[in-house]
Design a protein around this ligand. Structure first.
Ligand SMILES: NC(=O)c1ccc[n+]([C@@H]2O[C@H](COP(=O)([O-])OP(=O)(O)OC[C@H]3O[C@@H](n4cnc5c(N)ncnc54)[C@H](O)[C@@H]3O)[C@@H](O)[C@H]2O)c1
Length: 521
């Protein structure tokens, strides 16, 4: 079998990094139909003489082919990029594409979102309206629910939800419906990239079978990669390109900007991988190729399962430490001084967010097809989902020690978002805790500076509004339960004014007075 060495694409000006510079010195730049670096030219010729490589002019990806044309457009940013699903992941990504110089079009089925965006308004707390308005004004970003406009895109990135259904099994309806929508408008030469977190096989089995038609094919074909270059057997050029690249967004994390987080890319074949690499090299500071869409899908799951399992570990150790009267936070801070072999994870009231409580079970579900029990995931899930129950039991015990009972007690839940300084309540442990408190007869209020109301959600409908955090409201409740440690909250005042504070986040660690009122949990 003949093998070709495929170079990575040249980086856009200002985004050069060492990995791709190395690649360029070794490879061919297909994007501009020219330029074998001298060293590589002789290298290539001698390899051709030895019969190990084919003439690159005759095969997929060579200058003048559909793959090369697409990569050239992606490199010089004349490509039009569409982003489907304008939520926590898709909206910042679409804006990043626009800021990188592409004409970006955001697609969403929710007309309220697209209309707001077209007016230059935001509906996500940490994305300022000004950054949207700026791109709209420059005509670099548009939002629409007219999916016929997909036909004009060169690259289409899919960022739709991948939740669990009521049986805690993958709900693939959003991804599959989107694939059908794309399929109806698919054009030869387009690149489709799935970013939604999912189980291995989604892209090259389920997406591909929907996207392929009698006339448009993208055959799965093996290739190898060292992270930046690709080696592949000679194959017919695909009609379109399909890849998976996981989103690694960490909402609210001010230490990393989205474009600084390396982008993992895996294609269903070599030319798809290279096309997706060219797209992301124009937007992100670093890309890392893997040898298939499945490896890219699994990479994202490994990252999230690693977090889920380690959080379960510290949650379990916290419960033991509480029994042994040891402060788990002090222990973690001490262990963290070790410069190698230890990564700190922190206990809390339970897992939250769209990812960590959900994604591991995508793998558990897929693993069943292989008759493989994912025991770590199941155990971690068991420990983490028990945490809200632990919090409520502990709170009831703390009230009991003060001669009160949970039924009829007034509880102020401080924080509804699943983590600090963001407005996302999806899977937030606060929701389960509010439900449990209500079921025990407690009278619950909440305060969250980022979440003005807790209206109808997929699973809950509390009909609650965030109340003001004042000395009066704190005094009017029997207990303040800290579920989310938002930075803007005055914990000094919380402890001073509350009769009792149950703290699941160590948010009161710096409060020096009235420590007898604080119950760590
Ligand atoms: N939120 C995060 O921090 C995060 C981080 C990493 C990965 N992810 C993954 O990214 C994916 C998207 O997550 P999110 O948090 O952005 O979700 P989200 O719910 O915030 O946004 C999804 C958007 O998709 C839209 N949508 C749904 N179906 C659609 C369709 N058929 N066509 C067009 N639009 C449609 C919805 O209206 C919504 O605006 C998920 O797979 C998630 O697991 C999320």
């Amino acid at each position: 079998m003949e093998f070709l060495r495929w170079p990575s694409c040249e980086l856009a000006p200002g985004l050069a990094n060492s990995a791709s510079r190395t690649t360029l010195t070794r490879g061919v730049h297909y994007g501009e139909n020219r330029c074998l670096a001298d060293g590589n030219r002789s290298n290539l010729q001698s390899r051709k003489k030895r019969g190990k490589m084919t003439d690159i002019g005759k095969v997929q990806g060579a200058p003048g082919t559909r793959a090369a044309d697409l990569r050239a457009k992606l490199q010089d940013r004349t490509a039009r990029v569409g982003v489907i699903g304008l939520g926590y992941v898709g909206l910042p990504l679409a804006l990043l594409c626009a800021k990188a110089g592409f004409h970006a079009t955001g697609f969403d089925i929710d007309p309220r979102k697209t209309e707001k965006l077209e007016r230059g308004e935001s509906y996500i707390h940490h994305i300022p309206a000004a950054s949207i308005a700026e791109e709209v004004k420059k005509k670099r970003f548009q939002a629409t629910n007219d999916f016929t406009r997909l036909e004009a895109m060169n690259a289409i990135i899919i960022c739709v939800p991948t939740p669990l259904d009521k049986h805690r099994e993958p709900d693939m309806s959003f991804v599959l419906n989107t694939a059908k929508m794309v399929s109806a408008h698919l054009q030869a030469g387009q690149l489709i990239v799935l970013e939604s977190t999912t189980y291995p096989g989604t892209t090259d089995e389920e997406m591909l079978s929907i996207l392929e038609s009698a006339t448009l094919k993208c055959p799965v074909s093996p290739y190898t990669t060292d992270g930046s270059t690709v080696t592949a057997p000679e194959a017919k050029e695909p009609d379109f390109f399909l890849a998976f690249s996981p989103e690694r967004e960490d909402p609210g994390n001010k230490n990393f900007q989205t474009q600084q987080v390396p982008k993992i890319v895996g294609g269903v074949n070599a030319s798809s991988a290279l096309a997706a690499q060219a797209l992301y090299q124009s937007i992100f500071e670093r890309t890392h190729l893997v040898s298939s869409s499945r490896a890219a899908e699994m990479t994202k799951l490994l990252e999230n399962i690693y977090r889920c399992v380690n959080i379960a570990l510290v949650n379990e150790l916290k419960l033991l430490c509480m029994r042994m009267d040891i402060d788990i936070w002090e222990v973690i801070a001490a262990a963290k001084t070790k410069p190698f072999g230890f990564n700190a994870f922190y206990p809390g009231p339970g897992l939250g967010g769209h990812c960590i409580p959900v994604d591991p079970f995508y793998l558990t579900w897929k693993a069943r097809e292989y008759e493989f029990p994912t025991r770590f995931i199941e155990l971690a899930g068991e420990i983490n989902t028990a945490m809200p129950h632990h919090v409520v039991n502990h709170l009831a015990a703390a009230l009991g020690e003060r001669g009160k009972t949970l039924p009829g007690a007034r509880i102020l839940v401080l924080g509804a978002a699943y983590k600090k300084d963001i407005d996302d309540v999806r899977e937030s442990p606060a929701l389960k805790i509010i439900e449990l408190l209500g079921a025990h007869g407690a009278l619950v209020d909440y305060h969250d500076p980022f979440v003005p109301r807790l209206g109808k959600m997929r699973k809950y409908d509390f009909g609650l509004q965030s109340i003001a955090l004042t000395a009066e409201t704190l005094r009017a409740h029997d207990c303040t339960l800290i579920v989310t440690d938002h930075s803007a909250v005055d914990y000094d005042m919380v402890v001073t004014e509350s009769p009792l504070v149950v703290d699941t986040r160590n948010a009161t660690s710096r409060v020096a007075h009235h420590r007898d009122k604080i119950v760590p949990c």
